[in-house]
Design a protein around this ligand. Sequence first.
Ligand code: FAD
Length: 322
Amino acid sequence: MSQKMLVIGEARDGALRNVTFEAIAAARKISPNGEVVGILCGSDDVSNLGKEMIYYGADRVCTVQHDALATYTSDGYGQAVLSVIEEESPDGIVMGHTAIGKDLTPKLASKLESGLISDAVAVDHVGENVVFTRPIYSGKAFEKKMIADGLLFATIRPNNMKPLQRDDSRSGDVQSKQVDIKDVRTIIKDVLRKSTEGVDLSEANIVVAGGRGVKSAEGFEPLQQLADVLGAAVGASRGACDAEYCDYSLQIGQTGKVVTPDLYIACGISGAIQHLAGMSNSKVIVAINKDPEANIFNVADYGIVGDLFDVVPKLIEEFKQL
Ligand code: FAD
């Protein structure tokens, strides 16, 4: 198939988020012989990031630079991306299933009266059709979906599709587009960040998560040490957040973040269905719990029955040897 695909890139702190590269790989898979065009928005010059998209498989990149794009608003980014879609007339648009992707793509799809497949974890070709796999019922089942005709929008769950190998010998145009952005109804006065340090939880390859079993805010310290040794992000159950052991920005689950790391280490988490909704698709799950009957062991690949305050320090020592 040779369709033209547009990939909406996302940057944070001056670097592209990994899911942008995964979205490029998805676009290539949807249209192996077609053109993949990146789009990047910002208030600064983002042409360097445009080159990065090309190294990861885009053929060329359109950038939109405007003061109104300093921080994401659905009005501002919506106008910028819509203008590029109208100019480029792509057959499909792909983006990460991130907070911004979840906000922007339904708005654009409804405006263009197009179909949207959200939170896809795989793309396949079945005959002439492009079929997406996406989790349903909080990750307990998967459905396969396709868009019969017309413009296709898709969001890709982070950490599921492997980015293409970076190749800095690839070349392609990074072209700046002028877009008249007006009537932006949202004014961002300030951005309050919970944390500027550490690994991004939704894109981490390894997550060390704590539940009510950690017993206190201090109880998270050994988990943070283990995360530091492994280069992992720290996450939590809602039980731990509700008990004020940690911030809600760490919550994983149905009403928190959805993560799909290579390795998920659950410490003192019982495995309630709402928690499993956010992590059960992790590639390898290790559970540490005092209760051998805990539900988390039903989804774990490796289970350690024991006190996390004995087990976690031993793991830290072992991993330090590697
Ligand atoms: P608990 O269920 O209390 O489990 C603590 C575990 O720690 C136990 O299994 C215990 O054996 C173990 N333990 C205790 N001490 C130790 C120790 N020293 N060493 C090892 N193990 C120990 N929850 C989420 O996580 N994410 C969500 O997004 C979410 N959304 C929800 C949405 C709704 C609408 C509702 C109703 C609930 C939601 N919940 C969510 C809450 C969920 O139902 C559970 O209450 C919560 O996940 C329990 O957290 P927990 O496993 O940390 O606590």
